[in-house]
Structure formats: C-alpha cells, structure tokens
Design a protein around this ligand. Structure first.
Ligand SMILES: Cc1cc2nc3c(=O)[nH]c(=O)nc-3n(C[C@H](O)[C@H](O)[C@H](O)COP(=O)(O)O)c2cc1C
Length: 158
C-alpha cells in the first residue's frame, strides 16, 4: 500500500506545499493535481488532501473530489491541509468550513500551511481584492514550513 497527495492550486503555492510535504514523508508519495486527474484510491492506504482558499472557499476540484469519494476517503489514513493567507483563527474556520466533519475527525493531521501571493500572476481584480482585504484585516502571505514538517511527522509516526 502507498501514499497519495492530491491537491488543487491556482498559482502554484499548494503544489509547492505538496512537494515540500512529499520530501518529508518516509514513504515517497504519488502527487496528483486534481485539475488534471481524478485518481482511483484503491492502491493507497494514506491519502493527503490539499487545496488553496479563495474568498473562504477551497478550490472546486478538491470539494468536488471529496464529495464524490467521501465513503472511500473515510477508510483511509487521512491528512488534510489548506493553503491560505488568513491569520490562524480564520484559517481554522476555513478548515472547518471546507473539510467535512467526518473527515476532520478521523484525520491524522489537519493544518493550514499558510499562503503565498504571486502578484505577477494575479489579474487586476484579484490584486484589488487583496489590497482591500489587507487594509481591513491583514493577511500573512507566508508558507509555514515548520507546520509542514510537523504534519509530515504525524503522518510518519501515527
Ligand atoms: C483573490 C484572492 C482571494 C483570496 N482569498 C483568501 C481567503 O479567503 N482566505 C485565505 O486564507 N487566503 C485567501 N487568499 C490567499 C490564497 O489562498 C493564497 O495566496 C494561496 O497561497 C494560493 O494558493 P495557490 O497558488 O495554490 O492557489 C486569496 C488570494 C487571492 C488572490
């Protein structure tokens, strides 16, 4: 049996997190982008799901994949993460709002890995939204690599 990381990313931060996480896992995982492929879970006993957050919502391919594979996912050793720039408390709410309770309850590791802003890739509207949110509440556009390390340790040890 083996390990799978599935993710969906808009500008690449969640892919970067998936790759950093893969480097930390004892068992080398397959990494699949849900934008391109919908994997069959049969050969995996550990499944790690990651998605970035936009306006409070996880990337659609992640939500759709979970909805379509919920029963299968419940039988796996699970890890769940988000990529987002919200502060800690808000990030916890985002995790709760985007990953079903039954999956969160059985997951070995659940975490926000922080986020990155790539202003060059953003369109005009996205840049304007970020500017506005920043003025109001403040985002932390930083990947939290120590959380990735701890997350991997949980998956390796439990
Ligand atoms: C238009 C826009 C809206 C965003 N909304 C949120 C949000 O509601 N909560 C959050 O935590 N991060 C938010 N972010 C930050 C992204 O989640 C963060 O940049 C993340 O690293 C993007 O990952 P990706 O490149 O894998 O898509 C937003 C970013 C943009 C550009």
């Amino acid at each position: 049996m083996s390990t799978l990381i599935i993710y969906a990313s808009k500008y690449g931060a969640t892919r970067t997190c998936s790759e950093l996480l893969a480097e930390q896992l004892d068992e080398h995982p397959d990494i699949i982008d849900l934008n391109h492929e919908q994997p069959n879970l049969d050969k995996y006993n550990t499944v790690i799901i990651g998605g970035s957050i936009y306006a409070g919502k996880i990337r659609k391919p992640v939500a759709a994949y979970i909805a379509a594979n919920l029963a299968e996912l419940k039988k796996k050793r699970l890890g769940l993460f988000i990529c987002g720039a919200a502060e800690r408390l808000e990030a916890i709410k985002e995790i709760e709002g985007n990953y079903p309770e039954d999956l969160r309850n059985i997951a070995i590791a659940v975490e926000s890995f922080g986020g990155l802003f790539d202003f060059e890739k953003m369109n005009f509207f996205e840049r304007a939204i970020i500017k506005k949110i920043n003025e109001k509440e403040g985002f932390t556009p930083e990947l939290q690599t120590e959380r990735i390390v701890l997350f991997a340790q949980r998956i390796n040890e439990v």
